[in-house]
Ligand binder design. Structure first.
Ligand code: BGC
Length: 761
């Protein structure tokens, strides 16, 4: 091994940082170009194409194919990286094959779906986004990077930044919700957290923003479904978070499964070259999603060879699992259907990623058998997990101060999720160990001693046998209680009857969201609702603690429960965090990043909608509305209560007009008018009243957190510049148009103060 390292160190290079973000990168780029060019001169076409191959090997598969004979392919130089392999031992073994047994000794990339933590699991991404705390989210990504790199990984398939307005789509759990602006802030924070300031450090990983592009807009919320969207909507709404990640220096991008303008993303030259590289200046590598090149055959745009040609010519660099490139690449180049320069460019980008990660200096940079003991689930990370979980929870209702709970009352905890551990870590937590997640019940025992509270399971988490089987086929761990459903409800009712207050812990099983987990109805499962109705009939106040990976429809629950706390799937420390919030040690401050509809018929429903030519008018039949449900959601974007209350003063503007190049300041006084100290997320929205194209009724342009003690007031200031007023016009030019604007400030997107101002020429 020593001699091989000596070989790799022939060119000694100073790797200072990720080239896209560091201003000192010119020198670094020159050294990198020289190194990669020298290496590529030695490479055969087959070896170059080998670099474009990314098979899965190891513990986990998310699609229909597991790459065959990977070790042999590594030896032959037909593999550029692998994913789903981790732990220093496993990584070392494969890296040794590449470094010791291939002609050119090029090290491998090791990727993995580190989505919301690696070993220490944080709340699902939708939950994290509800914290509206980008510094916190960055810290979770940093912690995930520390654990991932300690496990031999150098590449994470995260962040997912797909804007999603359809909660039927199971993958809303993996993203930051519906808003382009909030999504962009979070995308940047995550890229920074993963990649750090210096990609060549042994604790930084290459981030991969996904799924490029528009994957969240699949028709009818069905996963992998067709997308069709105007360029105006793409540019003003859906593309912004990917662009923000590119601007933050993300090192890689994953193409999506869906089509854009009829051309699947993985073969879409407009998307991957014209937009991404030419317009946005992205210089990193593009990897396909899992067999998404092969799947272009099903899309109906050609046979396997043809789709390989389309992908290479579109500017896609790395083929995940599908092995189309290694099967057809040589032929495609030799027959002239793909230019050699196209393959060279793809190969170069992959080698550059390896260079930036410092792998040519030390292929074992991420393989240190001593690190796991130090890093994995360390006390500080568990503390961070609890903090993130508490800050992610959203209080949806709290009538009569039902929460916080008083421990001296008789409290019955009822529901299949009270003692549950399996579901707490949510989907995409592959390296997480659910057996290490703290259940609510365990946290309560720990905090208050054994048997302080009453308990009944009440119902099975999933009673429906078809759904249960589907979920259990993918490690759902769902069991059926020996008691019949009726007996369980009886027992729960008897338990509730002995209590002063009932805490019902209900929601989805983790597998009901995530990939390939769309639902057409997004309420509580029938058997759970039946339990809740029986509990309601006891006349006891009900606090509903929800776990879910998506917004749910909660009309009945909202009308019948005293309090509702959405906890998402909140990770390794879920139980401790939920207990702290329920008993008032932490005053909830989360705000929804995604609208909760009243029923599924309202979907898609989102706050930054257009006004239409016939805005809703209850007295006019011919206005935009339903006959059977209001237009408004049950809980709007940005909504979330606190145990205290906040009062907003009127907005003060430093000037009623703004000039190009200048800015104005909007200020608002916020007072804590309730009985608890608390944190409020103050939100700023704008509306362009008259535009050359119609503009949304509101768009988030800022938010600030303010921490206020009981009775305390504070003033929040927002600076608004002309850039905040810009949008992509009909020519896709990014412009601000002079005229009247409205500015709104409030604690959610619906309840706001407003004031007008003018943009002058
Ligand atoms: C998912 C990606 C994931 C990939 C690798 C795909 O099915 O869409 O999000 O990164 O698998 O596991």
């Amino acid at each position: 091994m020593k001699s091989c390292l000596a070989f790799l160190l022939v060119i000694s290079i100073s790797i200072s940082s990720l080239s896209q973000v560091n201003p000192k990168n010119t020198q670094h780029d020159a050294a990198m170009n020289q190194y990669v060019s020298t290496l590529m001169q030695k490479m055969t076409l087959e070896e170059k194409i080998g670099q474009l191959n990314l098979p899965s090997i190891g513990f986990d598969v998310t699609g229909p194919v597991l790459s065959q004979g990977v070790e042999e392919k590594i030896r032959k130089g037909l593999v550029g990286g692998v994913f789903n392999t981790y732990t220093p031992i496993a990584v070392r073994k494969l890296q040794q094959l590449a470094v010791n047994e291939t002609r050119l000794k090029i090290p491998l990339l090791f990727g993995y779906d580190v989505i919301h933590g690696h070993r220490t699991i944080f709340p699902i991404a939708l939950g994290l986004s509800s914290s509206w705390d980008t510094a916190l989210i960055e810290r979770t990504a940093r912690a995930a990077a520390l654990e991932a790199t300690a496990d031999g990984l150098n590449w994470v398939f995260s962040p997912m930044v797909d804007i999603a307005r359809d909660p039927r789509w199971g993958r809303v759990s993996e993203g930051a919700g519906e808003d382009p602006w909030l999504g962009s802030q979070i995308a940047k924070a995550m890229v920074k957290g993963y990649q750090g300031t210096d990609l060549s450090k042994d604790n930084a990983v290459l981030a991969c923003v996904k799924h490029f592009a528009l994957y969240g807009a699949g028709e009818a919320g069905r996963d992998y479904n067709t997308v069709d969207m105007s360029r105006i909507r793409m540019f003003n709404e859906y593309l912004l978070p990917y662009k923000a990640a590119v601007e933050a220096g993300v090192g890689s991008i994953m193409s999506s499964f869906n089509e854009i303008d009829g051309v699947p993303a993985s073969g879409n030259k407009w998307l991957l070259t014209d937009l991404l590289r030419r317009q946005w200046g992205f210089r990193g590598l593009v990897v396909s999603d899992y067999t998404s090149i092969n799947e272009m055959v099903n899309h109906g745009v050609g046979d396997e060879k043809k789709v390989g040609e389309l992908s290479l010519n579109a500017g896609l660099d790395m083929d995940m699992v599908g092995e189309i490139f290694i099967r057809y690449g040589i032929d495609l180049v030799k027959s002239g259907r793909v230019a050699q320069t196209q393959v060279d460019a793809a190969c170069r980008r992959i080698l550059e990623a390896k260079y930036k990660l410092g792998l040519f200096q030390d292929p074992y940079r991420f393989v240190n058998e001593e690190r796991p003991a130090r890093e994995m689930m360390s006390a500080d990370k568990l503390e961070l997990s609890k903090e993130a979980a508490m800050k992610s929870m959203v209080l949806l209702k709290n009538a009569g101060q039902a929460l916080p709970l008083q421990a001296n009352k008789k409290i019955a905890f009822i529901g299949p999720l009270v003692k549950n551990q399996r579901d707490l870590i949510g989907s995409w937590s592959g390296a997480g160990d659910w057996k290490k997640a703290v259940s609510i019940w365990d946290a309560l025992q720990q905090k208050f001693g054994a048997d302080k509270f009453l308990y009944a399971k009440g119902c099975n988490l999933v009673q429906d046998s078809v759904l249960r089987k589907r979920l259990n086929d993918h490690d759902g761990q769902l069991t059926i209680d020996p008691m019949s459903p009726a007996q369980m409800i009886d027992q729960a009712v008897q338990t509730a009857n002995q209590a002063d207050v009932v805490v019902a812990v209900l929601g989805e099983a983790f597998g009901m969201t995530g990939e390939a987990a769309s639902r057409s109805m997004i309420g509580l499962l029938e058997n759970q609702l039946e339990l809740l109705k029986a509990l309601k009939n006891t006349g006891k106040p009900i606090v509903l603690v929800l776990m879910s990976g998506r917004p749910l429809t909660l009309e009945w629950e909202n009308a019948n429960c005293e309090a509702i706390l959405e906890t998402w799937f909140s990770g390794s420390q879920a139980g401790n965090a939920i207990a702290s919030v329920l008993f008032g040690e932490y005053n909830p401050s989360g705000k929804l990043s995604m609208t909760f509809p009243r029923n599924t018929g309202q979907i898609p429903i989102y706050y930054n909608a257009k006004n239409t030519g016939r805005p809703i008018d209850p007295n006019n039949k011919y206005s935009t509305k339903y006959l059977d449900v209001p237009n408004t959601p049950l809980y709007p974007f940005g909504f979330g209560l606190s145990y205290t209350t906040f009062n907003y003063g009127e907005i003060q503007l430093s000037s009623a007009s703004i000039k190009p190049g200048a800015s104005i300041t909007a200020s608002v006084a916020v007072t804590n008018t309730g009985k608890f100290d608390g944190v409020e997320t103050v939100q700023l929205y704008v509306r362009d009243m008259i535009g050359s194209i119609s503009r949304p009724v509101k768009e988030l342009r800022g938010f600030k957190k303010i921490s206020l003690k009981v009775g305390e007031s504070g003033t929040v200031h927002f600076k608004i510049t002309v850039d905040d007023l810009k949008f992509f016009n009909a020519d896709l030019k990014f412009v601000a148009e002079p005229g009247d604007f409205k500015l709104f400030i409030g604690g959610n997107s619906q309840d706001v103060k407003e004031i007008g101002f003018t943009l002058v020429k």
